[in-house]
Design a protein around this ligand. Sequence first.
Ligand code: ATP
Length: 234
Amino acid sequence: MITVENVDAGYGPTTILQNVSLTVGEGEIVTIVGANGAGKTTTLRTIVGQIRPRKGKITFMGEDITNLPAHEVVDRGIILIPEGRQLFPDMSVRENLLMGTYRKAARQGQAERLEEVLELFPRVRERLDQDASSLSGGEQQMVAIARGMMAKPKILMFDEPSLGLAPIVVSQVFDVVRKIAATGTTVLIVEQNVFTTLKVADRGYVLENGSVVLADTAEALLKNDHVRRAYLGI
Ligand code: ATP
């Protein structure tokens, strides 16, 4: 579904990503794991057109999207849930969710879409009329994910969904990721929480200093010596 081929990207004069290649197949849950600063967020921002690659190519469903403006990437159904949720704090949960229908394909039938999405998020339904700022961190993350789903994504990309959440809440977030994948939405997750993410993913990439150093099934990565030593503390 998405192919990233030999991409270099960075900020100003600094190159962060070097020769990054990865693929995400339709219906898969794929993860990019790595330490703080490895370039995970930069990879997602490059895919969605917020950063222009200096080299390489990005295709989506067979079409070249390397130089598309970010809003056109969104219109194709590639939706990023940014790190830190980025909700509108003074708006109600319902208003935040409706902001997710910025994609052309999602603008019609907002009320029906809201119902469909709320089926996946019963706790969010109970809080529709509260201000987003009054929610717990876990609830805010659920609203951020639900807002992403409002856009009818073909692929939903998560930037560190577990950041700052208690372990029990992290497992609820990953349960929702599984449910989303089960509805047929393709998933790409960037995480520092390596163990939990590899447990839900089909395949994974390990990113170090802007380069992919390992690519394998999640099962194989969990058994990999380097992954165990460097990321799982085993
Ligand atoms: P984190 O988990 O901390 O988000 P990450 O793997 O997602 O880490 P990136 O956010 O992609 O890493 O950052 C990779 C490198 O790019 C870091 O050294 C960071 O300081 C640098 N960087 C990120 N954003 C910018 C920016 N807007 N301008 C300049 N450098 C940046």
